[in-house]
Design a protein around this ligand. Structure first.
Ligand code: SAM
Length: 229
């Protein structure tokens, strides 16, 4: 998988891939990242990438020409490039999207700044538009890091133990059951005794019950959907 980030601020994204699981995925050639800066594609004298909004309105927009030319170049180089635009107006990004997108060859995250992007760029290039929550960020970079991280976990070989994927939250529309490590008693708080007896069928059964209770408590909306699935 290649993640291409179209951004004015490469430094906001690149450090995220310089440690831990994503760093190792790059070292193992399971992942690669590249950057394009729309400023490098400007045709105006001062390399300006923003402008006032047509018809008025507060704040500046990323204007069409530099972004359009950047994305055209990417599409020309790789006709299979899949363009994802982070935006508050997008559909909510969920685990099913992370799994589905992990099968793509090249995802291009087109990161807005200021008050967003000239809509004609979105119309021409967006394969999908995603929001990472009902709040407004200063730019798309953080949202792209969130999505690329969640997608990466679902690429074969990226996680050391892929069994952890099947037990994670949102599998089967439940949250993951509470987990414990050693010691069995810590600060007078104990691990559920069944977890210590080594009967894997009983542990799985208990974990399933706990996952249901946890989902009912923390995410009644998700639990209701899991019951109708
Ligand atoms: N004026 C826009 C609006 O009201 O919808 C907000 C623009 S925001 C300040 C700048 C950029 O941040 C957006 O173009 C988008 O790339 C990104 N962004 C902001 N909030 C986001 C969210 N909740 N999910 C995904 N991307 C977001």
């Amino acid at each position: 998988m290649k993640f291409t980030f179209v951004t004015l601020f490469e430094n906001l994204v690149s450090p995220y891939f310089e440690d831990s699981i994503l760093k190792r995925a790059i070292e193992k050639d399971l992942l690669s990242i590249e950057f394009f800066n729309p400023r490098d594609f400007t045709t105006n004298k001062h390399s300006k990438v923003d402008d006032y909004q047509a018809g008025g309105g507060a704040g500046l927009l990323l204007n069409a020409q530099p972004l359009f030319d950047t994305l055209k170049k990417i599409r020309h180089t790789n006709p299979n490039a899949y363009f994802v635009f982070p935006a508050p107006a997008g559909k909510p990004f969920v685990q099913a999207d992370a799994k589905r997108l992990a099968k793509k060859e090249n995802i291009v995250f087109v990161n807005g700044r200021y008050e967003g992007i000239d809509e004609r760029v979105v119309e021409e290039f967006a394969n999908e538009i995603f929001s990472i929550g009902d709040y407004v960020l200063t730019g798309g970079e953080l949202a792209s890091c969130v999505m690329s991280d969640a997608i990466s976990r679902n690429i074969s070989g990226v996680l050391g133990n892929e069994d952890s994927l099947s037990e994670e939250s949102f599998e089967g529309m439940l949250l993951e059951a509470p987990s414990f490590t050693k010691p069995a008693t810590f600060e007078s708080k104990t691990t559920p005794s069944e977890f210590l007896k080594g009967n894997h069928a009983k542990i799985a059964n208990l974990k399933n019950k706990m996952a249901k209770l946890k989902t009912q408590y923390f995410r009644p909306d998700l639990y209701a959907r899991s019951c109708t699935k």
